[in-house]
Design a protein around this ligand. Structure first.
Ligand code: PEP
Ligand code: MN
Length: 361
């Protein structure tokens, strides 16, 4: 159920409706919008009479939501969600496109600083790189763990880049939320419900990647898990799905972009690296993703991909990344969108914080 408040409803009236909802054992999620506040109701203890709420002051209408997802739905929030990052100008889901780039895994301090410098020079906003790697084989490189997170922090402080990195379980999430600006939940964990709920209790935004055989509804329901715990800063990411096609690692499903935008207010990014698995296909599909209306890209970049410890064949070279940034700016202009200013502009703001412990960011 969804309560749409009148446009002139007061904060006190919104609070009274939330208290009433909670007195019935449900959770109230007040979501302010440009025109009015809507209050999502979640909980699994059965329905209660809409009439109880309809009569309360400030209430416009009470709508039954038939779709299984509620908080992710445009019915609740017609305006796009814009995820802002404190002390920077970077926002995901607004008119400006945001680009995340870096190696698949953090392999060493030197590797991360080399790539960090190159992607920052080309205009990336976020540095990506796994410190915890969900690998198909237990014998493959599993990531540097907390040491990798410390290296990521150093990349942020040196180059002013925001950090996005994956948490693979509740334990790594505790550390990732301390060091990173955004928590990545990977394809393999898209339906790890206890991890999703834990991410929902974090103060850090979540980048939720589509499971490799997940439908649109399953992806939205996974985001609903995060939001149901009170974290409304969720960005979705298309990263390719399994099909019979074998000329690529996965089949990048770009039609997910407009499909998400129709049903949900959440931002949607595209990962053309995992989506294709092949270096020579990353730029064309990255360009196509922007043309399809994605809010941003997440791309694997490596200065020495032949020696990368993971995903070398799909990692583009720094020069190719610079070309992709250039082309992204041009395609964005056609769509009357821009690309967020390079983070160097935010560097001063971020470095002022450098002396603070990572947890306070
Ligand atoms: C990654 O981003 O390196 C990664 C493992 O992605 P995915 O979860 O989409 O496979
Ligand atoms: Mn990878």
């Amino acid at each position: 159920m969804l309560v749409v408040m009148q446009s002139h409803a007061t904060e006190e009236q919104v609070r009274a409706v939330c208290s009433k909802i909670e007195s019935f054992g449900f959770r109230a999620h007040p979501i302010p919008g440009a025109q009015r506040t809507a209050i999502g109701i979640t909980g699994n203890e059965g329905a209660f009479e809409a009439g109880t709420l309809e009569e309360m002051p400030g209430v416009g209408e009470v709508i039954r939501v038939s779709k299984p997802y509620k908080l992710v739905s445009r019915d609740l929030k017609p305006d796009n969600t814009v995820i802002r990052f404190p002390r920077t100008h970077v926002a995901i889901g607004g008119s400006e496109i945001v680009v995340m780039a870096g190696p698949c895994s953090i392999e060493s301090r030197d590797q991360a600083l080399t790539i960090g410098e190159q992607v920052s020079r080309a205009g990336a906003h976020f540095f990506r790189g796994g410190a915890y790697k969900p690998r198909t084989s237990p014998y493959s490189f599993q990531g540097l763990g907390e040491e990798g997170l410390k290296i990521l922090s150093e990349v942020r402080d040196r180059f002013g880049l925001l950090i996005v990195t994956e948490a693979v379980d509740n334990e790594s999430l505790e550390l990732v939320e301390e060091y990173a600006d955004m928590i990545q939940i990977g394809a393999r964990n898209m339906q790890n419900f206890s991890l999703l709920k834990r991410a929902g209790r974090s103060r850090k935004p979540v980048l939720l990647k589509r499971g490799m055989s997940a439908t649109l509804e399953e992806l939205l329901m996974a985001a609903e898990y995060v939001m149901s715990e009170g974290n409304y800063n969720v960005a979705l990411c298309e990263r390719g799905v399994r099909t019979f096609a074998d000329h690529t690692r996965n089949t990048l499903d770009l039609s997910l972009v407009p499909a998400v935008q129709r049903l949900s207010h959440l931002p949607i990014l595209v990962d053309p690296s995992h989506g294709t698995g092949k270096r020579n296909k990353v730029l064309p599909m990255g360009r196509a993703a922007i043309a399809a209306g994605a809010d941003g890209l997440i791309v694997e970049v490596h200065h020495d991909p032949d020696r990368a410890l993971s995903d070398g064949p799909q990692s583009i070279l720094p020069d190719q990344f610079a070309t992709l940034m250039h082309e992204t700016r041009q395609i964005a202009a056609v769509l009357h969108r821009g690309v967020a200013a390079p983070v160097s502009a935010a560097r001063v703001l971020v470095s002022q914080e450098a002396s603070r412990p990572a947890v306070a960011r």
